[in-house]
Design a protein around this ligand. Structure first.
Ligand code: ADP
Length: 272
């Protein structure tokens, strides 16, 4: 068999997908990035192959992407996560109409990517200067509220009253604001929904800068949070398409580009 791999080295997690020549995912892993980007990616790749009884020489081409892509030395090629995200989202969302807008929230950044009818990137906007509106912001909130990050969506779903007002976009100020709201007796449900709406407003502002066009695809780890999804849908007044494993879209896109680079007849050509 012929396989291709995409290695997405994010600020928080390393994601790897192995696909067949028919673009089917046969193996994937999600593991913390840590500080040793090359070593941790190499180990994660090795363990993934071993678990699925695959050999490294069966993987014909490897494309790395993400924040730490240049530090992973075993890839055949590295590409930007904007390109990989566009390709991965285009393919994952193809049954839901053509994807024209991608919202990606990662551990440390927030991106919006606009695509044309052919799935080519026409524009993108990004916030990677501060943690506001990113996974890090949600992690900080969860820690202060003594809730697991994967439980935030359930608190939001249990909201009875009105979401709290969170004015601070800066993580440091938001942290004291959350503690102040707890002291005033506001419930965790209200505060968490308030946090989701504050991120959603930030996301919506960035999306509107590029113009909202459907279908809108939402990926990255925080897309697992159904409360955040509902808040963004509310702010944008449109439905979001969230893939089953939203952390994997970028690695999947990189694997698809690896397949493309290898060429239909097994000839090697560059994707850069
Ligand atoms: P990166 O690509 O920057 O490493 P990811 O797309 O892997 O980022 O997203 C990481 C973020 O996803 C974490 O900061 C966390 O907030 C969020 N996250 C991870 N798992 C879950 C989950 N099960 N439910 C909700 N949020 C999650």
């Amino acid at each position: 068999m012929t396989y291709f791999a995409g290695v997405d080295i994010g600020s928080t997690a390393i994601k790897i997908t192995v696909i067949t020549s028919k673009a089917q995912i046969v193996a994937h892993t999600i593991t913390p990035t840590g500080s040793l980007f090359h070593q941790n990616s190499t180990l994660a790749f090795h363990e993934l192959l071993e678990k699925h009884d695959l050999h490294r020489n069966e993987i014909n081409y490897v494309v790395s992407t993400g924040y730490g892509r240049k530090l992973y030395r075993d890839a055949d090629e590295c590409i930007s996560e904007i390109t990989a995200n566009a390709v991965g989202a285009g393919k994952s969302g193809e049954n839901n109409g053509s994807v024209r807008t991608i919202i990606n929230i990662g551990g440390q950044d927030l991106k919006v990517i606009r695509l044309d009818e052919q799935g080519q990137v026409v524009n993108f906007a990004m916030n990677d200067k501060c943690a506001a509106g990113t996974g890090r912001f949600l992690e900080m909130a969860a820690r202060n509220l003594e809730v697991e990050v994967d439980g935030l969506g359930e608190y939001h779903a249990r909201l009875q009253g009105v979401p709290s007002t969170i004015n601070s976009t800066c993580t440091v100020f938001a942290e004291s604001e959350i503690i102040g709201l707890l002291a005033k007796g506001e419930s965790k449900e209200e505060i968490i929904a308030g946090i989701h709406f504050s991120i959603a407003r930030r996301v919506a502002r960035l999306v509107r800068r590029l113009g909202v066009e459907e279908a809108v695809f939402f990926d990255g780890g925080p897309a697992l949070n159904k409360g955040l999804v509902a808040a963004i849908e509310d702010e944008l007044m449109c439905e979001l398409f969230v893939p089953e494993v939203p952390q994997l879209t970028v690695a999947y896109g990189a694997a698809l580009l690896a397949r493309e680079a290898f060429g239909d007849r097994g000839e090697q050509k560059s994707v850069a």
